[in-house]
Design a protein around this ligand. Structure first.
Ligand code: SAM
Length: 684
């Protein structure tokens, strides 16, 4: 043991493809390293460099200290070379010495034999032939690297690999090694003044490593190293270097780092890991499908590794994700992109050449890091010109409608109306103006996911609608009915003919005010004045609120608890205390009425309820008419498109009138979404 501060030769090892990043890191620490063999960067420095490298290197695997180099053709040469090293200088007294051997292109083929030869040589050198080494102390791993005839013997100063920062306690499928994540960020040359987004964050490794880099936090500051037991370095050096590393932390002035994932468990784990790493305050975590990715930020980086699909059953989804990537990334034209993907055939999918490519290994899987420079005029998959004609047509149609509806709403005291209903590029678009908000909805079939291409079209439609209708983009809500688009939405209060409604413009299941029932509401409100009213299928924003506002008393049955809760809130804001609200099935309720009589019965069936009743609508209306008081009226509305025998309406024993046309509002005349009948009572 020398205790001296003489320079030593240090080797930083690195995975294939990340050597240049480690070399750059070393140069920032003040060390000029050169690559001696693949994955090994060597430099000479005083022992404090061992400490500094271990604490600060982000992409390196280990830090080794060279004890000797020699040439060996066979095991005898190996024994002699290892035994000639001054092991008393390197190994602490009592150390448990464990050789670790790597052999490439050598006549010595067996690493196990090489390992026992090396061990024997070290023991003989320390205690002489035939003696036993006292190995009660800490372990010292001796790295014996054989490349052809060149042998390098080093001590592993790191202990556990440098990827073990200590912030990750639980594993998450597909997670990156921390060192590789840090390398990705450095290979992309991301800077802390640029926003960074990882939309497939998993356990958050990329954003966490980016945040550690941005804030100049030494990744190894919280963990232990093998060399902390080496007396020739000394405790004070570790203390000083740790202290210095803490002083270098700088949380100021970084751009946002955003991590999201579709899996709530992954997001939870990522947040926990960020907290462990002390960078939770530097990263924003979101739950969401990457297909919905959008940002107001500019000139940043998306650095991410989407699912590779190496596990059975996941390949299809991984392929779908890759196909959708170009359309998503085209929404961020000022961003650069660093995508770590399995294999090497992504360029044909994205339809353009990467600015740079780097072959890397994640665990044992060969991957490619594709880098794409910003492409403001060149969105790879979603070409504005391809959709240009359809969008022009849409703009013209909407402008015409907007002109038509410029005065009409004000003249009728209407603040909510349908501005557009039609097909645009395969989407079934409706645009509703709800006060100062717009709801732009694709009413196409609900599916598991909504493709990024479709979302891009919906975005473009929303942009045009915002311009034409003069509504600020923040007040335009895009809605589609895929499972992926469950999001919380703000609520507003809307008034229609003096009645208030709680409305959520972005709610997937409906905004809460059914615009197509506007005339029906006016009709029932006229008949409800001072009347006893029964609403058989009460939903918020259908007919109950305006009826309750004028009725002498009302009983309303909602189809479910959610409808009941929301209807109660609407009744409360309208101070309608005359209504009894419950949950019940329309047919059951009407069948159970005995002596009671009503002046007005309203039954507006939603699609679910209507499909349960069909085709017996005439029977339902007849049952309603039978419990009307003299002069009373029953009204039945059914969504258009539910099949039933229209002739049966003429066969019921009461005067029936179809009101579909007269109660369809002007803004829905093209669609006619409801079939509506009214019936007079038996004693009339
Ligand atoms: C290869 S892993 C990312 C691992 C991550 N870099 C880490 O170190 O933990 C891919 C991630 O993509 C997520 N994912 C899959 N489909 C997604 C989607 N449609 N939108 C967002 N994330 C998705 C998975 O939940 C998984 O966490």
């Amino acid at each position: 043991m020398t205790g001296s501060m003489q320079p030593v030769e240090i080797i930083a090892t690195a995975a294939f493809g990340v050597e240049a990043s480690v070399k750059w890191e070393l140069s920032r620490l003040g060390y000029e390293a050169k690559a001696t063999s693949p994955g090994r960067l060597s430099f000479n420095a005083d022992p404090a460099a061992i400490v500094r490298s271990n604490l600060h290197l982000r992409a390196a695997d280990r830090v080794l200290v060279v004890a000797g180099r020699f040439r060996a053709k066979d095991f005898d040469d190996l024994f002699a070379g290892v035994a000639a090293i001054d092991w008393r200088r390197w190994a602490p007294v009592g150390a448990r010495v464990t050789p670790r051997v790597g052999i490439v292109r050598s006549p010595m083929r067996s690493p196990r034999s090489a390992q026992s030869v090396a061990k024997r040589a070290i023991v003989e050198s320390l205690v002489g032939k035939g003696n036993t080494l006292d190995e009660t102390g800490p372990e010292v791993v001796v790295d014996v690297s054989v490349l052809g005839e060149d042998v390098t013997v080093s001590l592993d100063s790191s202990g556990a690999g440098l990827h073990k920062r200590g912030y990750r306690q639980r594993a998450q499928a597909g997670q990156l090694k921390e060192t590789l994540a840090a390398a990705l960020v450095m290979i992309c040359r991301w800077r802390r003044d640029q926003p960074l987004i990882d939309p497939f964050c998993g356990s958050g490794t990329i954003p966490i490593e980016a945040a550690l880099l941005a804030s100049n936090r030494a990744p190894g500051i919280g963990r232990a190293f093998a060399a902390e037991h080496w007396p020739w370095i000394g405790d004070s050096v570790w203390e000083q270097e740790r202290c210095r590393a803490s002083e270098l932390v700088d949380d100021s002035g970084g751009a946002p780092i955003i991590a999201s994932d579709i899996n709530p468990q992954a997001v939870g784990l990522a947040r926990q890991c960020a907290e462990n790493a002390g960078v939770a305050h530097l990263v924003r975590f979101d739950l969401g499908d990457y297909r919905e990715l959008e940002t107001e930020l500019a000139n940043g980086w998306v650095i991410t590794n989407p699912p590779y699909g190496v596990r059975v059953g996941e390949e299809k989804e991984a392929n779908r994700i890759q196909k959708d990537l170009p359309a998503v990334l085209s929404r961020l034209p000022s961003f650069s992109h660093g995508l770590l993907l399995g294999g090497s055939d992504f360029e044909p999918i994205i339809g353009k050449s990467a600015t740079r490519k780097r072959k890397l290994y994640n665990a044992r899987i060969q991957c490619t890091l594709y880098q794409f420079a910003p492409s403001p005029d060149d969105s790879p998959a979603f070409s504005a010109s391809a959709n240009g004609h359809a969008m022009d047509q849409f703009r013209a149609a909407l402008t015409k409608r907007a002109r038509h509806f410029r005065k009409w709403p004000n003249q009728h005291g209407i603040h909510a109306f349908r501005a557009f209903d039609g097909d645009v590029l395969g989407l079934r678009i409706s645009i509703d103006r709800l006060g100062e908000s717009l709801r732009v909805e694709d009413k196409g079939d609900p599916g598991k996911t909504y493709s990024a291409d479709k979302l891009n079209i919906l975005r473009e439609i929303s942009g045009i609608a915002s311009e034409v209708m003069g509504i600020s983009p923040e007040s335009v809500q895009r809605v589609h009915r895929s499972a992926s688009s469950q999001r919380a939405s703000d609520q507003i209060e809307l008034v229609e003919r003096g009645v208030y409604y709680e409305v959520r413009p972005a709610e997937m299941s409906g905004a809460g005010l059914e615009l197509s029932l506007r005339e029906l509401r006016a009709w029932v409100a006229r008949r409800a004045k001072d009347a006893r009213v029964l609403d058989l299928c009460a939903r918020p924003g259908h007919a109950s609120e305006c009826t309750a506002a004028v009725a002498s008393n009302m009983t309303a049955y909602c189809p479910d608890d959610l409808a009941q809760a929301r209807l109660r809130r609407n009744l409360k804001i309208n101070q309608a205390a005359n209504t009894e609200v419950g949950v019940g099935d329309a047919v059951d309720v009407i069948d159970q009425i005995d002596d009671e009589r009503f002046d007005l019965i309203v039954c507006v069936l939603g699609s679910d309820e209507a499909s349960r009743v069909t085709p017996a609508f005439a029977d339902l209306l007849q049952s309603c008419a039978e419990v009307l008081s003299p002069g009373g009226t029953a009204l039945l509305a059914v969504p258009a498109g539910i099949a039933f025998d229209e002739g049966s309406m003429g066969e019921i024993g009461f005067p029936v009138k179809e009101l579909t046309k007269s109660l369809t509002p002007d803004d829905f005349k093209n669609a006619m979404p409801w079939c509506i009948w009214a019936c007079r009572g038996s004693l009339d």
